[in-house]
Design a protein around this ligand. Structure first.
Ligand code: HEC
Length: 204
């Protein structure tokens, strides 16, 4: 123990208040330097090297995992409108679908689905129904008499589902292209689609 030294005053006064010139206690210094080291480590781990996800990125990953798990549960009994709408909100699935669309479909439906030989897939009019399950069925079974192949046999169920998810994602985006063909989707159908999409993704 160091010998007792009386508190020393610093040489200024303000409104009658004076200040001791004491060394700060060790516990206080420990907290200060500790916080500095922690902050540096935190910065390197989360921001510089991104070794650990920040909360928002973690949240996004959890939401995607949850959507995938939900989809797996829903598709046990076959694809439904709900599960296809859910797929159309999953960025990776839609990106895969777009890739497939670019490979197999653009010759007739053009790059944004706006239509050439095949109909415009972005308008509100459908020859074979605009519900996600209708779209899946049309892609899967084709319309052989009109030159649209039955893609199910060639691409298999997973790729047909991804293509459907992509088509559902561009549906009603109204890209200018081929004039509408078929029947307009009724307001009821659209309301049902939207209501389901909201429930499934939780984006109320
Ligand atoms: C050789 C040209 C051709 C190719 C390639 C093609 N389609 Fe089509 N598609 C058509 C035609 C033509 C129709 C309209 C059929 C009719 O008139 O009944 C159609 C219709 C559709 C429909 C229904 C539209 C509606 O209004 O109901 C969907 C969905 C569709 N195609 C998706 C696809 C997808 C996805 C691919 C790629 C895997 C694809 N098509 C590739 C020619 C094509």
């Amino acid at each position: 123990m160091s010998e007792y030294k009386p508190d020393e005053l610093r040489g200024h006064t303000y409104d009658g208040i004076e200040e001791y010139d004491n060394r700060l206690p060790n516990w206080w210094l420990f907290l200060l330097y500790g916080s500095c080291i922690f902050a540096l480590g935190y910065w390197l781990v989360f921001h510089t090297f991104k070794i650990v996800d920040l909360p928002l990125a973690k949240y996004d990953k959890e939401m995607i995992a949850a959507a995938e798990a939900q989809l797996a549960r829903m598709s046990e009994g076959g694809m439904t409108d709900e599960s296809l709408i859910l797929m159309s909100t999953m960025p990776e699935t839609v990106a895969d679908g777009k890739q497939l669309f670019t490979t197999y479909c653009v010759v007739c439906h053009l790059d944004q689905g706006q239509g050439l030989v095949g109909p415009n897939l972005t308008d509100r009019y459908w020859l074979h129904g605009g519900r996600p399950s209708d779209i899946l069925r049309t892609i899967n079974d084709g319309v052989l008499a009109k030159g649209m192949a039955a893609w199910g046999g060639q691409l298999g169920p997973t790729r047909v589902q991804k293509l459907t998810a992509y088509v559902v994602s561009i549906k009603n985006t109204d890209v200018t292209g081929k004039a509408p063909e078929g029947e307009p989707e009724t307001a009821d159908d659209e309301a049902a689609d939207e209501a389901t999409a909201e429930v499934e993704t939780g984006n109320g």
